[in-house]
Design a protein around this ligand. Structure first.
Ligand code: F6P
Length: 358
């Protein structure tokens, strides 16, 4: 029987979103279903006419499957339950989304998102008696119950390459290079890239540090005869006194940023090394997905369609032990998965002599 499903991307973009769509569209079409893409999260359903378009397999076999970002657009600031209206007021528009999906004849919804968007969209699904399946994506890799989320691998590859590029310039100028990477409240990118990129110091929000301990490590590097050092700091690391470093953007949105610049002069003063800071920012989100992210995205996209075919809703597809599985969304969003200071990766870093400043 022909089914009509819809797909949308929600929250911050990352590499691999178009690849998820490719898998969903191919697999669904193979089953004889129709797929509609909704633009800008579910905000496309709040416009008149709706911003939606039919997605077909041919659309995805050329350059789009290789492309970063999302062809559907996304938003990480328009919660339908608290929708910011043009006149400055806030309105609950969730029922409008439910009505629109009904009017379009959509029978099941696939959302590619993170914990915030899963929370919102599973609430909408529950309210409207809709069928919803989530596909995990986030460069932060902080979604629970999946070994990895779409976009993380590429972000780590970008951060690792940044360290590879910083090392020769650090060595040429006898400098400490501090690389600030993303990771809202979780240090996974810093930890993984720091180990892979040969950092001397990795600072993550999960492990308390002191400038003295950081300086101790860098001085030891110098005493051993090396003329440079590499440091990675996660954006969510706080100052030693516990303050967050944040930027308030035009419109009032607050995001992490600035801890690298805070630490730079302090490290220079404590070590006598000249210090420079690089903030990697959204470079970690853009660009083509690497092969790992493509495979993950494609496997999870196919699994999402399988779940709809089986009539299994309210679940997130997940990658566990090299297999695509499904877990209840409510379990996946119960907690944010931060770095476990007792994990093998932290142990690996310590065994390699990498300091966490603790
Ligand atoms: O959650 C993904 C993420 O890239 C975080 O790592 C970062 O703190 C945040 O989004 C940046 O958000 P925005 O794109 O709104 O600046």
């Amino acid at each position: 029987m022909t089914k009509h499903i819809a797909i949308f991307t929600s929250g911050g973009d990352c590499a691999g979103l178009n690849a998820v769509m490719r898998a969903v569209v191919h697999h669904a079409h193979g089953l004889g279903w129709k797929v509609t893409g909704i633009e800008n999260g579910t905000s496309g359903l709040l416009e008149s006419p709706y911003k939606v378009r039919e997605l077909k397999p041919d659309d995805f076999d050329g350059f789009i499957m290789r492309r970063g970002g999302t062809i559907l657009g996304t938003t990480n600031s328009k919660n339908p339950f608290e929708y910011p209206m043009e006149d400055g007021s806030i309105k609950d528009r969730s029922q409008e989304i439910i009505d629109a999906l009904g009017e379009l004849g959509i029978e099941a919804l696939i959302g590619i998102g993170g914990d915030g968007s899963f929370d919102i969209h599973s609430r909408i699904a529950e309210q409207g008696g809709l069928n919803f399946v989530g596909v995990p994506k986030t460069i932060d890799n902080d979604l629970d119950m999946t070994d990895v989320s779409v976009g993380f691998d590429t972000a780590v590859a970008v951060a690792t390459e940044a360290l590879d590029r910083l090392q020769p310039t650090a060595a040429s100028h006898d400098r400490v290079m501090i690389l600030e990477v993303m990771g809202r409240d979780a240090g996974h990118i810093a930890l993984n890239a720091g180990i892979a990129g040969g950092a001397d110091v990795i600072l993550i929000p999960e492990i308390a540090y002191s400038i003295d301990k950081v300086a101790e490590k860098i001085k030891a590097v110098k005493a051993a005869g090396r003329n440079f050092a590499l440091m990675v700091v996660s954006e969510a690391v706080r100052t030693p006194s516990g303050d967050k470093h944040q930027v308030v953007y035009h419109g009032g949105e607050t995001r992490y940023g600035g801890i690298g610049e805070y630490l730079g002069p302090k490290v220079a003063e404590a070590t006598g090394f000249e210090t420079r800071v690089t903030v990697l920012g959204h470079v970690q989100r853009g660009g083509a997905p690497n092969w790992n992210d493509r495979l993950l995205a494609l496997a999870l996209g196919v699994k999402a369609v399988d779940l709809i075919d089986e009539g299994k809703f309210g679940h997130m597809v997940a990658w566990q032990n090299r297999s695509a599985v499904s877990v209840p969304i409510k379990d996946a969003i119960k907690r944010c998965r931060i770095v476990d200071p007792k994990s093998d990766l932290v142990h690996t870093a310590k065994a390699l002599g990498i300091s966490f400043g603790d």
